[in-house]
Design a binder for this molecule. Structure first.
Ligand SMILES: [Zn+2]
Length: 412
């Protein structure tokens, strides 16, 4: 019995050491075996054994041969094996399904986008996701390996059960996406709330990936947030943390939110709200420019079109964005005073309309911030409209670096 325990401990220890070495190699781009021994505190024979395994068994490291020496034995250099190791990331949105295949350094190999066609129902959407994954897979080189698929989906994903308990964007309640995908996918796959994944992508691959406290606000059809506190992605008791869109920013408001409450930030400042205010403007003949841009067709009015009119100097369209920015600043003020983040990143469709919204936010933000919190930076998210896909990729990369995906078997 004792012997078995000892064996198990040795195996666990080996795995823990291997993870440390793999992460050091990934972090350093190129590193010698002797430097690995020095940085990890492991003995040179242990490093040799682990690195050989990572090269020959896991296929995650490659040898670059002998480096130049400044005296003594020439160093043996290794690097993280990026080529021919791929991950697929999916952004499952209510309007589009976007998929990308990237290498392990998130360099794009291939991308596909298809309309979601929400009205065709859940099974049709699953079918589209599966076809998109198969198509991306068919574009890889024969020798290349796809390690897994990450999927970001709009909605409340229960982090324990994987059930999408509610998704107003899709009109879903208690959907078991895992069970359905399981029938069709041979690759390991993982999914989570799209905004939380945006935050994970920012944390793992963003321009300042060592930040410990920040928030990502996703403003599109709805509004949500992903929160990183002390280096941890906040999930909450059931995995629903970050429902930033449903904090009340106007308790007297008569605008009802999809959640049933009145005066939620999402009801007053989302892309959907901007578009409906634009439509109202058109109905009241309130903007000649907007009328011209949509050629009198209210169905063509989107948040982006209202932004275009505002940028061309249309006062009524500008007023819409001004009001939206005010509400957003109220919300951001609450969030920043509560969590004291270093940066608040804004992503989602609305963030792609250039400087208009950011300039308005810059003007108004400090009104709602405690003096100590005015240092917070508010800026566009690093990855623009690819933020969710990159976040989805990051989930799989984390699993790879934790050596949870070395087998070809499906992992849940
Ligand atoms: Zn609400």
């Amino acid at each position: 019995m004792k012997k078995e325990y000892a064996k198990m401990d040795a195996a666990l220890l080996h795995l823990a050491n291997k993870k440390v070495v793999l992460k050091l190699i990934k972090h350093n781009k190129e590193i010698s075996r002797s430097a690995l021994a020095k940085e990890s505190g492991l003995t040179p024979p242990s490093i040799t054994r682990i690195v050989d395994e990572l090269i020959n068994v896991d296929g995650l490291v490659e040898s670059l041969g002998v480096g130049s020496s400044s005296g003594g034995r020439p160093p043996m250099i290794v690097k993280f094996k990026n080529d021919n190791n791929y991950i697929i990331g999916i952004d499952l949105g209510a309007t589009y399904i976007r998929g990308c295949m990237v290498d392990l350094n998130a360099n794009f190999i291939s991308e596909i986008q298809v309309p979601t066609e929400l009205e065709k129902g859940f099974l049709s959407i699953v079918d589209k996701v599966v076809k998109l994954i198969n198509k991306l897979q068919s574009r890889k080189e024969p020798r290349a390996k796809i390690w897994g698929v990450g999927i970001g989906v709009a909605g409340l994903v229960n982090s324990k059960t994987g059930i999408i308990e509610s998704s107003p964007d899709f009109g879903w309640t208690n959907i078991d996406l895992r069970q359905e995908l399981d029938k069709h996918l041979d690759l390991p796959f993982f999914y989570d709330n799209s905004t939380r994944l945006m935050a994970l992508g920012e944390m793992k691959m963003g321009e300042k990936n060592n930040q410990k406290n920040f928030a990502v606000i996703n403003i599109g059809y709805g509004i949500a947030s992903g929160l990183v506190v002390e280096g941890n992605l906040l999930k909450g008791f059931s995995g629903f943390a970050g429902e930033f869109g449903h904090i009340a920013v106007d308790t007297d408001s008569t605008v009802q939110c999809k959640c049933g409450m009145y005066g939620c930030l999402e009801a007053l400042a989302s892309g959907h709200r901007i578009a409906s205010l634009g439509k109202q403007l058109l109905a009241e003949n309130g903007s000649e420019l907007l009328n011209e841009l949509c050629r009198g067709n209210q169905d063509l009015i989107t948040a982006e079109l209202v932004a275009r009119a505002a940028k061309k100097g249309d006062p009524a369209s500008l007023k819409i964005y001004d009001e939206v920015a005010e509400y957003l600043c109220k919300g951001i003020g609450t969030l920043a005073n509560l969590l004291n983040p270093e940066t608040v990143y804004i992503g989602g469709g609305i963030s792609l309309n250039g400087d208009l919204l950011f300039n308005l936010i810059e003007e108004k933000r400090d009104k709602y911030l405690l003096a100590g919190n005015t240092r917070v930076k508010i800026q566009p998210s690093t990855f623009g409209d690819q933020a969710t896909s990159i976040g989805a990729v990051s989930v799989v990369l984390e699993k790879i670096l934790n050596l949870e995906l070395s087998g070809a078997k499906k992992t849940k």
